[in-house]
Write a protein that binds this ligand. Structure first.
Ligand code: CMC
Length: 377
């Protein structure tokens, strides 16, 4: 008989690990709240920069405060030249998430002031948010044979990110679509990468180490890597008449269908609802609704067969694809938004610090007799 103190919550499911003012998910009602504001209002009326301000400072900015933040972010985009050279030296075949993780870690070497954990970490939060698109561009533009990146302080975070990755200033619709996607991805309570960041910060380690942990955690296909795999699924399906057959065959083999299911949401992820609409809008603007229509069909089959609802990753890839963003940059785009949430959580962790250190239930042997190495079989 297992004592209650020995009960294991596998995957820490339903464990409430800490208090936070940043983000609330109502998994039964399908609601997502940042600092008191419903994600649907933020996605309809706000910008990524406003949301980043909200997450860092706990309130929406005034016009002047927003202008100051926008200016600051645009001034922090440039990479230290030796970091740019270092990124140029990585193999072109490297994965962008590996490059991002390495570059975030290396950036700390240039910012010793910001590697002191505490309130001054807000400087690092803004630097990291500003510079992530430039890191990705430094790597991607070389392999894609695009010209060197120009600073473009005139562009918003969303427009700069797209400009950095595909080398053109987006249309108004594209900029807004990407801005909305960045708003939707900016935070999500104690998701795995944010938890990893908070665990690192809870040892009083620095912000750059915490974000390095988070990038490595986001990389996994069960977390940030799912949208890239949704597009692989669409490629495999090819035409609408094959949806039923391909999806059912995968389910019969007990394979997971990426972009479905969620640890917290028991109904549709509200971010999926918003992105579905953007997938349609941007598809219509491009005169190509193939992804949108395939995804609707996939949704129908998965819901009928497994009762699962779409999550944020189902439609985001189709939105990014229409903009010309390569598939292996989807998860890095996620990171370029979630960095606002990671850093907000690290700042909160420093304010209310308690070492995060759970326990494991030991299931191995005890009291084994020690065998000298010469006598081991
Ligand atoms: N496809 C098929 N079956 C699924 C899926 C799926 N996408 N998701 C869950 N299930 C099944 C799973 O096989 C299990 O069935 P059974 O009880 O028969 O073994 C049951 O549902 C419960 O799954 P679980 O793995 O215990 O649930 P979880 O809370 O640990 O999983 C999840 C959450 C997101 C890891 C999972 O739903 C999944 O693997 N989804 C696909 C990957 C994905 O889309 N990830 C993005 C998540 S949202 C963005 C983010 O957080 O980064």
């Amino acid at each position: 008989m297992v004592e209650s103190s020995d009960e294991v919550q596998h995957g820490l499911q339903d464990v409430v690990a800490l208090e936070s003012r940043i983000c609330f998910i109502d998994g039964k009602e399908g609601r997502l709240i940042y600092e008191g504001y419903d994600i649907r209002d933020l996605a309809a009326r706000s910008t990524f920069e406003e949301v980043a301000y909200l997450l860092w400072y706990g309130r929406l900015p005034t016009t002047d405060q927003l202008a100051v933040l926008r200016h600051r972010l645009s001034q922090l985009r440039e990479l230290p030249p030796s970091l740019a050279a270092r990124i140029d030296s990585v193999p072109e075949t490297a994965t962008p998430m590996d490059v991002l993780r390495t570059a975030v870690s290396e950036l700390a070497l240039f910012e010793p002031e910001e590697t002191r954990p505490g309130p001054s970490s807000i400087g690092g939060a803004q630097r990291l948010t500003a510079v992530l698109p430039s890191i990705l561009a430094q790597f991607h533009r070389r392999r894609a044979r695009l010209p060197r990146l120009e600073p473009r302080p005139d562009l918003s975070h969303a427009a700069y990110l797209l400009y950095a990755l595909v080398n053109r200033v987006p249309t108004e619709l594209e900029e807004r679509a990407l801005d909305v996607a960045l708003i939707l991805h900016a935070d999500h309570e104690l998701n795995a990468s944010t938890f990893a960041a908070r665990v690192t910060a809870s040892t009083l380690s620095d912000l750059y180490s915490a974000v390095t942990s988070a990038v490595g955690t986001l990389k996994g296909p069960l977390h940030g890597g799912a949208n890239e795999r949704v597009m692989e699924l669409l490629d495999e399906i090819g035409t609408a008449d094959r949806v039923e057959e391909v999806v059912r065959a995968k389910l019969a083999r007990h394979e997971r269908i990426m972009g479905f299911g969620h640890r917290v949401y028991k109904v549709e992820d509200p971010r999926a609802t918003i992105l579905r609409e953007w997938s349609r809008k941007i598809g219509e603007a491009k005169g190509d609704l193939r992804y949108y229509e395939l995804l609707l069909k996939v949704e129908g089959v998965v819901h009928r067969e497994k009762g699962l609802y779409p999550n944020v990753d189902l439609y985001s890839g189709s939105v990014y694809s229409h903009m010309g963003i390569p598939h292996d940059l989807f998860t890095p785009v996620f990171a370029a938004s979630r960095v606002a949430g990671w850093t907000a959580h690290v700042l909160e962790e420093y304010q209310d610090l308690r070492l995060i250190r759970p326990m494991a239930k030991y299931i191995g042997p005890t009291d084994l007799p020690y065998v000298p190495i010469a006598n081991r079989a």
